[in-house]
Design a protein around this ligand. Structure first.
Ligand SMILES: Nc1ncnc2c1ncn2[C@@H]1O[C@H](COP(=O)(O)OP(=O)(O)OP(=O)(O)O)[C@@H](O)[C@H]1O
Ligand SMILES: [Mg+2]
Length: 242
C-alpha cells in the first residue's frame, strides 16, 4: 500500500537516506527501528509528503507523491494522521480545542457536531470528558493519548507514529501500545511506528524494518526479524535476551 522506491535525501551534503526502498503493507502495523539520528523521522516525513526526496518515488496506493500537484497532495494528506516525535499539543488551547483543530481546519460542521466528534475521539483513547483540561495539567501518557485523539480526528486510514512511547514508564508504554493495537485493529488502519523500545516493537509490529546508514538493512515479520543473521540487527535485539 505504501512503497518507497530508491529514495535519496541529503541535507547540505549530509546523506540521510540512500537508495532506500521499503514496502509497507496496508491494514497492518509496520515498525521502523534504527539508531538515533539515522533518519527515521526524515523517512516518516517523506511518507506524509512533508519532506521531498532528492530522487526516488513514494507511492501511497496509486498516488506517487513527488508527481502530485498541491491539490492532490492535500487530498492524499487527508488520509493521514500523524503523531509527531515532539508530541506537540498546542499549549494555549484546552484538550477539546486541540482535538477539534484538524476537524475545524478540514471540515465544515456545526459546532455541536464538532463537539460530538471530539467527545467520541477522547472516549476512544480512554480519556472521556477531559475537554476543558489544559495540556499542562496532563501527564506525559495522557498527552500522548490526546495527541492520538487529534491524529484520528479525521478518521485517517493511515496513521504515523514517531516514537509514541519515548519518555514513558513501562506501564504507560504498554498502555499506549495497547491503544495503538486496538486502534489499528478496530479501523483496519495502516500504521507506521518508529520505536526504540524493543518490547514495543515486538508487541505491535506485524512487520519490522531496520534503518541503518540510510538504507533498510533488514525487514520481515517479527519471527524472521528475530532470526536475522545480520549482526547489526542482532546487536539491536541483544538487550532483550539478557
Ligand atoms: N529539516 C532538516 N534540515 C536539515 N537536516 C535535517 C532536517 N531534518 C533532519 N535532519 C538531519 O537528518 C538526520 C536524521 O534526522 P532524523 O530526525 O530523521 O533522525 P532520527 O532517526 O529520527 O533520530 P532520533 O531517533 O534521535 O529521533 C540528522 O542528522 C538530522 O540533523
Ligand atoms: Mg526521530
Amino acid at each position: 500500500m505504501i512503497r518507497l522506491v530508491n529514495v535519496n535525501k541529503s541535507f547540505r551534503g549530509h546523506v540521510v537516506l540512500q537508495n532506500l526502498s521499503l514496502t509497507i503493507p496496508g491494514g497492518q502495523t509496520t515498525v521502523i527501528i534504527g539508531g538515533s539520528g539515522g533518519g527515521k523521522s526524515v523517512l516518516l516525513k517523506h511518507i506524509i509528503g512533508l519532506i521531498q526526496p532528492d530522487s526516488g518515488e513514494i507511492w501511497i496506493d496509486d498516488d506517487e507523491l513527488t508527481q502530485l500537484k498541491e491539490k492532490d497532495l492535500y487530498r492524499v494528506r487527508k488520509r493521514f494522521g500523524m503523531l509527531f516525535q515532539e508530541g506537540a499539543l498546542f499549549d494555549s488551547m484546552n484538550v477539546g480545542q486541540n482535538v477539534a483543530f484538524p476537524i475545524l481546519e478540514h471540515r465544515k460542521l456545526p459546532f455541536a457536531e464538532v463537539e460530538k466528534l471530539v467527545a467520541e475521539k477522547l472516549e476512544l483513547v480512554g480519556l472521556p470528558g477531559i475537554e476543558s483540561k489544559m495540556p499542562a495539567e496532563l501527564s506525559g501518557g495522557m498527552r500522548k493519548r490526546v495527541a492520538l485523539a487529534r491524529a484520528i480526528a479525521l478518521d485517517p486510514d493511515i496513521l504515523l507514529f514517531d516514537e509514541p512511547t519515548t519518555g514513558l514508564d513501562p506501564i504507560m508504554t504498554a498502555a499506549i501500545d495497547e491503544l495503538i493495537i486496538d486502534t489499528q485493529k478496530r479501523f483496519h488502519m495502516t500504521c507506521v511506528v518508529i520505536s526504540h523500545d524493543i518490547q514495543s516493537v515486538f508487541r505491535i509490529g506485524h512487520k519490522i524494518a531496520m534503518l541503518y546508514e540510510g538504507r533498510i538493512i533488514e525487514e520481515g515479520v517479527p519471527e524472521e526479524f528475530r532470526d536475522s543473521k545480520n549482526e547489526l540487527v542482532q546487536n539491536f535485539l541483544t538487550p532483550l535476551c539478557r
